[in-house]
Design a protein around this ligand. Structure first.
Ligand code: MN
Ligand code: MN
Length: 266
């Protein structure tokens, strides 16, 4: 079987503002993906077996911007990439690498938080800031955020300044999902889900998306997906590995969407 999707993980949570733990996530998501309790099929009928991955492994990072260098190397072959985090700060260097390879792309960002702080506690690269850096650097054509339920005045101003399209949780409906026209990058912060579905996150923010809703959002994507990340799973807060299994399920669903919508040249 052809290795169709590149996989990498970052054992990194230095930019977490509240708790550490996401650095432990990548090997545990991999373990859950291989668990005998499930199979390798996604809901669209496509199988996502281990042979499908061009697996680059999990990286320990000393310097934040190593993430960009490693990612650039790993996407040089032009295959779609899924990254396992790690805290959400990794998405800025991930997008820098994607921008160098593909130019500006559309981003769909699922999260409880807008992550648009100009800086957070003095750090411009905090996990609360990646989408401010991405928009400052004009790395995206379009940024659509879903699941947001913590919008502060500052972040609302940032969203207005950058033209971010925010579908706040209070307004969310599966009947009104965004439609995209360009290739997409999907950034999935696991705390976008309700803590009832995803207890293994640092920031429990009640009132979030259900697992079913997140799967429906992924399945609704109608354009090629060039890259995706699954971030902020914090194993130290998990219960019976349920958030690990959730992350592995979403990994399979994203991979199946990539295969279903892949560009002919890939
Ligand atoms: Mn986030
Ligand atoms: Mn979040």
């Amino acid at each position: 079987m052809q290795k169709k999707i590149t996989l990498q993980g970052f054992l990194y949570d230095e930019k977490s503002s509240y708790l550490s733990g996401p650095a432990l996530a990548p090997p545990l998501i991999r373990k859950a993906y291989h668990s005998d309790s499930a199979n390798y099929f996604a809901e669209n009928g496509l199988e996502i077996p281990p042979e499908i991955w061009n697996d680059k492994g999990d990286f320990e990072i000393k310097e934040y911007f190593e993430i960009e260098k490693i990612t650039s190397k790993n996407i040089a072959n032009g295959k779609p990439l899924i990254t396992l985090g790690g805290d959400h700060s990794i998405t800025y260097p991930l997008l820098k690498a994607h921008h160098k390879k593909y130019g500006p792309i559309d981003i769909l960002h699922i999260d409880a938080h807008a992550d648009l702080y100009d800086n957070f506690e003095g750090d411009k690269f905090s996990h609360a800031c990646p989408f401010a850096r991405i928009m400052d650097d004009k790395l995206a054509n379009r940024l659509v955020q879903i699941g947001i339920r913590t919008l502060s005045k500052h972040q609302k101003e940032q969203a207005d300044k950058f033209g971010v399209e925010i579908i706040q949780m209070k307004d969310f409906s599966l009947l009104q999902l965004p439609k995209f026209e360009n290739p997409l990058y999907l950034s999935l912060d696991i705390d976008g889900l309700d803590p009832a579905f995803a207890p293994g996150v640092s920031h429990h923010e009640p009132g979030g998306l259900s697992t079913r809703e997140v799967i429906s959002i992924i399945q609704s994507i109608n354009v090629p997906v060039l890259g995706a990340d699954i971030v902020e799973y914090n194993p130290t807060r998990d219960i019976n590995d349920m958030t690990a299994m959730l992350s592995a399920k979403l990994l399979k669903e994203i991979a199946a969407k990539i295969l279903q919508t892949e560009r002919p040249e890939l």
